[in-house]
Design a protein. Structure first.
Length: 327
């Protein structure tokens, strides 16, 4: 839920007025009314089986600022993790412009933005459980610094993008803008959406590689029964974690709300880090969720991870309790 906070908006507005190049004209009040501020605080307790003890952590604090006027706008997400703001405190920061009159509109985005690939989202308020699937953790980027074009037409939506690399905000002085991708989404009828994504480049987690990596991803969303959402994803990577290596994985998840307050999530996933080598990893997750009102949510998660890529194989249970407040 987004709210307008006039005190913070006034500070932002005055800061923008300092530079005439920002094109700040017209009523100051009109500008402030177009600023939206949202955010969340996420804290959790987690523990695993074994000698290592768990504890309580502040996982994430985020403030999101968005300004939009007609077909022009900007957004930046100021994010802090348990270790503080760090070297790159902005999860996102981009400017966008929408070209009207071209189909249903074409939006050009320039800056740092969440990678438009995969089913699961990045932030805690957008998740149905505490942890991410292995596909999210091992196979996909989270952010891109570059440019994108997005549009929709009929039952389809399309985005294409170019970036410096994956999960890096720095210019790649060796190969420049070297990562390219896109996603085509189809909604053949209400309650069904399927997406096809492709990503390629010379950059692996911000490190230059001679051989191109390639990622193929398919995600599916079903919302055919009231209160029930089903998601699934399959991904295949080449040269993502190591050269001449093919990896792949999938997961299926379902979330059902019994009432406006209580829900349950189940997820099962498989990850194969090297399709030539023996053994795979699996993860089974169950989460109970509660919407406590006014943006406050809580959940309890149990997760079991089995790793059969090592000898002897391992099995680890993780328990987590999380509370998130969004405004």
């Amino acid at each position: 839920m987004k709210v307008q906070t006039r005190a913070m908006a006034a500070l932002l507005g005055l800061g923008m007025m300092v530079s005439p190049s920002m094109g700040w004209s017209g009523s100051l009040q009109d500008k402030l009314d177009k600023i939206q501020i949202s955010g969340f605080v996420d804290a959790a307790f987690s523990d695993t089986t074994g000698p290592t003890k768990g504890g309580i952590t502040l996982d994430q604090v985020e403030i999101d600022i968005e300004y939009a006027s007609d077909n022009i706008g900007l957004r930046f997400d100021l994010e802090s993790t348990a270790d503080g703001f760090g070297a790159t405190p902005f999860e996102q920061g981009y400017i966008y412009y929408t070209f009207n009159g071209i189909g249903e509109g074409v939006t050009f985005t320039f800056g740092k933005f969440n990678a438009p690939i995969g089913w699961e989202l990045l932030d805690a308020p957008d998740m149905y459980q505490y942890s991410h699937a292995m596909v999210f953790n091992n196979a996909l980027p989270t952010n891109m610094t570059g440019a994108s074009l997005a549009t929709s037409f009929g039952i389809a939506d399309l985005i294409v993008y170019a970036a410096n690399g994956t999960d890096t905000n720095a210019a790649n002085t060796t190969s420049g803008v070297n990562t390219f991708g896109g996603r085509l989404g189809l909604t053949p009828f209400e309650g069904v959406n399927i997406g096809f994504s492709y990503l390629t480049g010379d950059n692996i987690a911000g490190v230059y590689q001679l051989q191109k990596f390639k990622t193929y991803d398919v995600d599916l969303t079903l919302e055919l029964v009231e209160g029930l959402i089903i998601g699934a994803e399959y991904v295949q990577n080449k040269n993502w974690t190591a050269l001449n290596t093919k990896s792949q994985g999938f997961f299926v998840t379902a979330h059902y709300d019994f009432t406006d307050m209580l829900g349950v999530t189940g997820r099962y996933g498989v990850w194969d880090p090297d399709t030539v080598a023996t053994g795979k990893m699996t993860a089974t997750t169950v989460a109970l969720t509660a919407a406590l009102g006014d943006g406050l949510g809580a959940l309890f998660e149990w997760r079991n991870d089995k790793d059969r890529t090592v000898i002897p194989s391992t099995s680890i249970d993780t328990y987590a309790f999380e509370m998130t407040y969004s405004f």
